[in-house]
Design a protein around this ligand. Structure first.
Ligand code: SER
Length: 620
């Protein structure tokens, strides 16, 4: 079964079980301060789990483009070194929003794997949550009893909180989970050592393929767990791993998800990808790792650019830049690539995945162009860096001192500014008979981590609900009336404190609001909430997970008072005019330069507009 068929079979199966098939949400997340990228299939549905948005379809299935590079779920430095972790990956998922629960989810997972994909049952293991005293959570008996109907009990394993209680991040929806693992070893190996002992033990041949999460709780900022109003199912199956199992390969990179890209890398570098030789030959291992890194990273970068996230120096853009630079560095260091090569992989990728993800085809030119420019500038940076380390080494060698080390500060500068990994610097230094001062490098690194941690820390308290009776429909988001009117009567339904290093602010949610939340580049409204005893200044309005949030630096004394909400009308009118002008400008650019002109970002406020776009050629 080729990979496109594997994906389609999953979607068709859940369609037959009454699920609505939806396209992947963009990989890059906007409007959620807790996430830069979708890191799991469930992330785009967070609002539905938390009850912040109305549930239109209680059963959904999709394949979601995900990116994991740091934090809770992955480490960039591991990708490419092993054969089954990725930065960008697809997560196949079926979802129940307050509809079916453990019994159906488990039965369907089993049916799909063993009857439709026909995976050998003797190679499957499942895990259930063993419970946690510290959280006050019990053993998942229901999941265990359901699994017992399908699989022998020696293949149902207990899992601890780390493996079997799934959380999206530090806060948010979460719950116990049940994973399905596949043992890809030969019969003789399986006879010798039971797969049960290798589950969740980092064995590259005994891998998790599917996670079924039973969302029952919300993790609050203070660490407590609160039961969700409804129970949901969130499942995530690693598409690349599933393809590997079905194509009976030892590595994700040997499947047709990656092989066309690896072949192209072989062609561009004149070297070969030979996974079978890597245990015996270190030189081949180095080449293989570099090729895996590049094959993995080109996907992350291309999908992210197609979603409108270009490499930059901050936030999500910086993550993409780091991934791209890591790939270039591996090409430079291990495959002797001396000029841009990543952008030349884009047509192969678009060709292979463009059916399922048309944005790769429609944005191909843009993706190539952006990557090539990044590559050109990073190759220059690499050259500067090489010169810098050469100069330092020559100077040190000329001093003819015993045991002199390359200063850790220089090693750190090369790492931080030029993206040089420590082992590259160390290799170059060794060429001059020198060692690097690793201890001092590590302390510079630690210092920098502390600096950025301190700068980025924002403490967000949990929402506190006021006693105000909800006037709208229950479970609905805030009612927005700001297109029809700039003033209305409002109550505060909840509020919370947000503290950063420099200031303390409060966020308010109103039941009905005329305040327009920042979106599409247009700044949020400002204005006041007026009550007989209090005036609250609204400094900004934002949208977070579908909820309109009003920002102020002072809470009113009486939070349950009846307020007259009033938007600064003059500012809104000027901003709106500039927003309209943005659309006119976009239309004009498409007429003059061509329809390929895509908006890549914009800022619209009461004073001016900024419109970011990319173009390749001019028709004029
Ligand atoms: N949220 C779960 C995971 O990412 C299942 O989709 O593993």
């Amino acid at each position: 079964m080729d990979s496109n068929k594997v994906r389609q079979t999953f979607l068709d199966f859940f369609k037959s079980k009454g699920h609505v098939i939806v396209p992947s949400a963009p990989m890059v997340v906007k409007g959620d301060p807790t996430l830069m990228f979708n890191n799991s299939g469930m992330a785009p549905f967070k609002d539905l789990f938390l009850g912040n948005a109305p549930i239109k379809n209680p059963r959904i299935a999709d394949t979601q483009k995900c990116l994991r590079v740091s934090g809770k779920h992955n480490d960039l430095e591991e990708v490419g070194v092993d054969t089954y972790h990725h930065t960008m990956f697809e997560m196949l998922g079926n979802w129940s929003f307050g509809d079916y629960f453990k019994k159906d989810a488990i039965a369907w997972a089993w049916e799909l794997l063993t009857e439709v994909y026909k995976i050998d049952k003797e190679r499957l293991y499942v895990t259930v949550f063993e419970g946690s005293k510290e959280e006050g959570l019990a053993f998942d008996q229901e999941a265990y009893d359901t699994w017992k109907q399908f699989i022998s009990e020696d293949r149902i394993l207990n899992g601890n909180k780390k493996d079997n209680f799934w959380e999206m991040g530090d806060t948010g929806p979460c719950g116990p989970c049940s994973e399905i693992h596949y043992d890809g070893r030969s019969l003789s190996e399986r006879k010798k050592v039971s797969g049960a002992t290798l589950v969740n033990n980092d064995d590259p041949q005994v891998i998790e393929i599917w996670n079924n999460v039973f969302m029952e709780f919300e993790r609050k900022a203070d660490g407590s767990l609160v039961k969700l109003p409804k129970q949901h199912v969130d499942t995530g199956m690693g598409f690349e791993r599933l393809v590997r199992v079905l194509q009976k390969k030892k590595s994700n990179y040997d499947t047709d998800v990656f092989s066309p890209i690896l072949e192209k890398i072989e062609e561009l570098s004149g070297l070969h990808y030979r996974p079978d030789d890597e245990e015996k030959h270190k030189a081949q291992l180095i080449i293989n790792i570099a090729m895996r890194v590049i094959a993995d990273h080109i996907r992350a970068i291309s999908f992210s650019i197609a979603d409108g996230q270009l490499p930059s120096n901050t936030g999500a853009g910086y993550v993409i830049r780091r991934i791209l630079r890591r790939a270039i560095r591996y090409g430079y260091q291990s495959l002797n690539m001396r000029e841009p090569f990543m952008y030349r992989l884009v047509p192969t990728l678009a060709n292979q995945m463009g059916e399922a993800f048309p944005e790769l085809k429609s944005q191909k030119m843009l993706i190539e162009k952006v990557i090539r420019e990044e590559e050109l500038s990073f190759f220059k940076t690499l050259e500067y860096g090489l010169k810098r380390i050469d100069n330092v080494c020559v100077e040190l060698s000329n001093q003819h001192k015993e045991n002199s080390l390359v200063d850790g500060k220089v090693v750190f500068e090369l790492y931080d500014t030029y993206g040089f990994p420590v082992d590259l610097t160390s290799l170059i230094a060794r060429g001059y008979g020198l060692d690097i001062d690793e201890k001092s490098f590590l302390s510079h690194l630690e210092e920098q981590k502390n600096r950025s941690r301190a700068a980025a820390t924002v403490d967000t308290d949990d929402w506190i609900f006021t006693a105000v009776q909800w006037r709208g429909e229950k479970g609905q988001t805030v009612e927005f009336v700001g297109y029809e009117t700039l003033e209305c009567e409002s109550y505060i339904t909840r509020y919370r404190k947000v503290k950063s290093k420099t200031k303390e602010l409060f966020q308010l949610v109103l039941d009905v609001t005329p305040f327009y939340a920042e979106s599409g580049g247009q700044v949020g409204d400002t204005g006041i909430l007026d009550s007989p005893n209090d005036i609250v200044q609204i400094l900004d309005t934002k949208r977070e997970n579908g909820v309109i949030i009003h920002i102020t630096d002072k809470l009113p004394e009486n939070l349950t008072a009846h307020f007259h909400a009033k938007v600064d009308g003059e500012k809104r009118a000027l901003t709106q005019s500039n927003h309209s002008a943005t659309h006119l400008l976009h239309a004009a650019l498409r007429t003059v330069l061509g329809t390929h002109v895509e908006q890549k970002g914009s800022l619209v406020n009461e004073e001016h507009l900024r419109f970011d776009f990319l173009t390749f050629q001019s028709n004029t």
